[in-house]
Write a protein that binds this ligand. Structure first.
Ligand code: VGL
Ligand code: ZN
Length: 198
């Protein structure tokens, strides 16, 4: 049984100065680089959206960011335009040790559906293929870090637990968006799903 560090969405747009900046997002880059030495594998996830993505408030006339709309796959929070494919905002933080990655997994590239989790798009059905990759490499012990704690980190960790992986979230190497109590309910959900918070 081997151990993987999964670094979620440590990209320019989620760091201070970015389009969907998470407070203190840049503070975790150094600690995450240091953690990489202690794992058998490093996976980076990258949130990438086409400009016409359905999660952008801009693409819903009259809508504002953080508003919830109904999609065929369920409720969807609308976000500011962020991580548009081919723009600097979609790039990783410039200090992140990207060359240490075994795998860079992109998600959110389909215009009609968002993907918070690194395992499934927001319909909870469309697979990204990550579980298969990890299983084939016998990477069954997973530690999650990155952005945002209460969205992409949480959804990824909960899916991983449901899929039978051993899952830990290293909270000091995460930062949250925290809209409408989202961090508290995220931590609650993770504990109930059997995710270890350290
Ligand atoms: C994320 C909102 C929209 C995240 C991505 O990485 O947590 N949050 N897209
Ligand atoms: Zn996104």
């Amino acid at each position: 049984m081997a151990r993987a560090l999964i670094v979620v969405d440590l990209q320019q747009d989620f760091c201070p100065g970015g389009a969907l900046a998470v407070s203190g997002g840049d503070e975790i880059v150094g600690p995450i680089n240091a953690l990489m030495d202690h794992y058998d594998a490093v996976v980076l996830t990258q949130d990438v959206h086409p400009r016409n993505h359905t999660s952008f408030a801009d693409n819903h006339p009259g809508a504002e960011p953080h508003q919830i709309v109904r999609m065929p796959y369920g409720g969807q929070i609308l976000w500011p335009v962020h991580c548009v494919i081919g723009t600097p905002g979609a790039d990783f933080h410039e200090q992140l040790h990207v060359n240490r990655a075994d795998l860079i997994l992109r998600k959110g590239f389909r215009p009609e559906i968002d993907s918070y989790s690194a395992f499934y798009e927001n319909d909870h059905r469309t697979s990204t293929g990550l579980a298969g990759y990890l299983r084939e490499r016998d990477l069954s012990d997973l530690s999650f870090v990155g952005l945002a704690h209460d969205f992409c980190v949480t959804w990824s960790a909960m899916d991983a637990a449901r899929l039978g992986f051993k899952v830990r979230v290293i909270e000091k190497a995460c930062r949250a968006i925290n809209v409408n109590g989202s961090l508290a309910s995220a931590r609650d959900g993770m504990r109930r799903a059997g995710v270890e918070l350290v």
